[in-house]
Write a protein that binds this ligand. Structure first.
Ligand SMILES: [Fe+2]
Ligand SMILES: [Fe+2]
Length: 275
């Protein structure tokens, strides 16, 4: 898309994109098993270490110690590896400044996984991945447009929502940018569409319930104060969200109880991923 041509950060991503594309082509090749993907990952020692740390974290609670990339891949799924690749890459650019944003994303990942179980979806891991990467557009935006980002924050302080402020200053928003990147990185259409619609549910076409779930996960995490509070001074809640997911206030209260229990696990997971 023409409006994203100026995004310099994309030029810094060839290695990540190359590995992501290789992983995708290995998955697409039916003759090739998980061993081939494991071999590719083992070429990157930092990624291997983080993957094993994550697989052995108390959060997952696997009974035996996981010592091989292949076993970790079997347990965690390929999407988690993609997430680690992306996080690794951006953390090299700046970790501290982006901590609140990653804290938010990891929390949304975990909350979406819980919601997907509760609401009868099957592919829980995809929702975990979705939460983790849903605001990647915001990271790229901050990196590429620091001056404009300050202006966006000012607009929010004056009462605009994040999306309104982004559209005004940049002529696009982080959902559009994120979905564009996901498309380029060959993520499945379900992920691309839900990332696009995670603040504007009316943009969902085929994956309306999935988009509503991500939207709700995002809202619940903001409501619990995980993330940069300035960005969400004005929270916009589309009431159709609750209809799409068939939720009433009682059910939402139940979800909060469950989520609060899990939020206590988030710090542990973060310290592992960010160490
Ligand atoms: Fe967002
Ligand atoms: Fe978010």
């Amino acid at each position: 898309m023409k409006k994203f041509k100026k995004i310099k950060c994309l030029e810094k991503l060839p290695i990540v994109m190359e590995i992501l594309q290789k992983i995708d082509s290995l998955i697409a090749d039916e003759k090739c098993g998980i061993s081939e993907i494991a071999k590719l990952i083992e070429k990157d020692p930092a990624l291997t270490t983080k993957l094993l740390k994550l697989a052995n974290s108390p959060f997952y609670g696997f009974p035996q110690r996981i010592t091989s990339v292949k076993t970790a891949l079997n347990f965690l799924g390929v999407n988690i590896v993609k997430m680690l690749l992306i996080i690794n890459n951006f953390l090299e650019i700046s970790s501290q400044e982006y901590f609140l944003l990653w804290e938010h994303c990891v929390s949304v990942g975990l909350v979406c996984k819980i919601l997907s179980k509760k609401l009868g979806f099957e592919d829980w891991d995809t929702f975990y991945t979705l939460g983790l990467i849903h605001d990647i557009g915001l990271v790229i935006e901050k990196l590429n447009f620091p001056k404009e980002f300050k202006e966006i924050v000012e607009k929010i302080k004056q009462g605009k929502s994040l999306i309104e402020a982004e559209n005004e200053i940049l002529k696009f928003n982080h959902c559009e940018l994120g979905a564009y990147l996901m498309g380029n990185w060959n993520f499945p259409p379900k992920i691309v569409e839900t990332v696009l619609a995670h603040h504007e549910i009316n943009k969902a076409r085929k994956f309306i319930r999935e988009s509503a779930l991500l939207y709700l996960g995002d809202l619940l995490v903001w409501a619990r104060g995980l993330g940069d509070s300035i960005l969400f001074k004005k929270l916009e809640i589309n009431p159709s969200l609750f209809q799409i997911l068939a939720l009433d206030s009682e059910k939402i209260k139940e979800l909060f109880v469950e989520i609060d229990y899990t939020i206590s696990e988030i710090k542990t997971l973060l310290s592992l991923v960010f160490s």
